[in-house]
Design a protein around this ligand. Structure first.
Ligand code: AMP
Length: 478
């Protein structure tokens, strides 16, 4: 068995790894670390949970430490692009932990927080910057940052970047990078557009592919419950009350849905919190900290908010609503059964979600064992109470639900408009106008988490082929 000490990493890195109790590299680390240390470009097909952050953080820190030089003012030596603030924070925390004995500097740049402290952090130059694309573009525009000093460029969760409409900003950022640099590119999946982007950015890359999905999925006890949509909340409360549920992530498709479910659970005496793109950074951090500390039993989250969040010991994942794209199902249930543990994933399926279920079962080549809890009188009574506790949202004027208002907050200032017809950006193309019976599900959200159906690049999963006009399926609010 390979040990970290066999990989030629600098001693302070080995010490930091020992501090964390890590002795053996994970498969992606074993393959990627020597490649990255040699200076070669890398294409990594891997998702969160495989140890991919250390797979790039360790050799980057090694390279920076071996060839010490000051970062240029307002510049940085290594740039990591991440799709979400949570993941950016987590990656930076990893760099700080592994680099604890190296004395290198690490900073994060993302939206939703003030510019001032970020400008200050960048002013003297930083060794490693972990950034979301929108806010980084803002800093480049304001000349509070430049990319002239970048020696190593990492693009993490590239497929997620595509879903969030970040491909154009990424190309703009890449065009400002020095030609002579090392590129590391990570993605859980390789839809066509992402393959093209990788082709543009990488030079003769080594390829590492870790697909833990199959094994992860095998270790997860999956089940499916057919249930009326309006009775999902009491059913969820009933299942969460079970003693076997230690810590659960509940996935909803919409931000409003997440709030509504969390409110209901809390009113039912189950400690819970919601986490999604409309929450402030502070709210998100507090919700996550309480969940990690075991103070809240259930974290109700949308796909993007949950992705990349590193929480171990999640005993259960509930798919309160099925995701629009089958691969999201695999990502979601992969939040349990981490680090070799087993987990339970329970999905709710209302009648109108059956086409999504079909897609999921086809993509994962399995039939999920199912139970039928429709026409359950106990749940019907509880559902009536549920509506009193957290009544359905009121009607939202469809004009307020104009998807063009829904650009990610980070891009709001520098919205990119090219490719209007191409559907490349997750800014609402292809989404039917909310119908007249919209009870609010389509409206209001800022669309930071727009996802799924806009994959334009001929990828593996293009989302459901049917139109998405119903009040349930608008991914803009997810
Ligand atoms: P990641 O895929 O980077 O999100 O990592 C998943 C989790 O595995 C994180 O909690 C890491 O701290 C942890 N981890 C990464 N590398 C190792 C390792 N070699 N041994 C044990 N745990 C690790």
């Amino acid at each position: 068995m390979t040990q970290f000490s066999d990989l030629g990493l600098a001693k302070p890195l080995l010490k930091a790894l020992a501090d964390k109790g890590y002795t053996q590299p994970t498969p992606i680390q074993e393959q990627a670390i020597p490649t990255v240390m040699s200076g070669r470009d890398l294409l990594g097909i891997a998702q969160t949970g495989t140890g991919k952050t250390a797979a790039f953080a360790l050799p980057i820190l090694h390279r920076l430490a071996e060839d010490r030089r000051p970062a240029p003012r307002r510049g940085f030596r290594a740039l990591v692009l991440s799709p979400t603030r949570e993941l950016a924070t987590q990656i930076a925390d990893n760099f700080k932990a592994y680099g604890a004995h190296l004395g290198l500097t690490v900073a994060t740049i993302f939206g939703g927080v003030k510019y001032g402290p970020q400008m200050k952090a960048l002013a003297a130059g930083v060794d490693v910057v972990v950034a979301t694309p929108g806010r980084l573009m803002d800093h480049l525009g304001e000349k509070s940052a430049h990319l002239n000093g970048v020696e190593i460029f990492v693009l993490d969760e590239a497929d997620q970047m595509l879903d969030l409409g970040f491909v154009v900003p990424i190309r703009k950022i890449a065009s400002q990078l020095p030609k002579d640099r090392q590129n590391l590119f990570f993605s859980a999946t390789m839809p066509g557009e992402i393959g093209r982007l990788a082709g543009e950015l990488l030079k003769n890359p080594a390829q590492v592919s870790i697909t833990p999905q199959a094994t992860t999925v095998e270790r997860i006890e999956q089940s499916l419950i057919f249930i009326e949509a309006q009775r999902k909340r009491p059913l969820l409360a009933e299942l969460l009350a079970d003693r076997s549920v230690e810590r659960a992530i509940v996935f909803t498709r919409t931000k409003r849905g997440a709030d509504r479910v969390a409110k209901y659970l809390t009113a039912s005496g189950i400690e819970s919190a919601s986490i999604h793109g409309d929450k402030t950074q502070g709210q998100r951090e507090r919700a996550l900290a309480a969940f990690k500390a075991g103070e809240t039993k259930a974290l109700v989250a949308t796909d993007i908010a949950a992705r990349g969040i590193d929480v171990n010991d999640v005993s259960h994942v509930f798919n309160y609503e099925l995701p629009n794209v089958p691969e999201a199902y695999v990502h979601r249930i992969g939040r349990t059964a981490r680090k070799g543990k087993d987990g339970v994933a329970i999905s709710f399926c209302a009648d109108d979600e059956r086409p999504l279920l079909k897609d999921i079962q086809k993509a994962t080549r399995q039939t999920i064992p199912s139970f039928d809890r429709r026409n359950d009188k106990g749940l019907a009574a509880a559902a009536a109470v549920a509506d009193k506790l957290a009544p359905p949202e009121r009607y939202v004027d469809p004009r307020r639900a104009d998807p063009r208002n829904n650009v990610p907050s980070e891009l709001r200032r520098k919205r990119n408009r090219p490719n209007k017809g191409g559907g490349q950006n997750a800014q609402g193309q292809g989404h039917g106008k909310p119908g007249g019976h919209n009870r609010g599900r389509n409206g209001g959200g800022n669309g930071q988490q727009a996802q799924g159906q806009n994959r334009s690049g001929g990828g593996d999963f293009r989302g459901p082929k049917r139109a998405a006009p119903s009040e349930r399926w608008n991914p803009i609010d997810s």
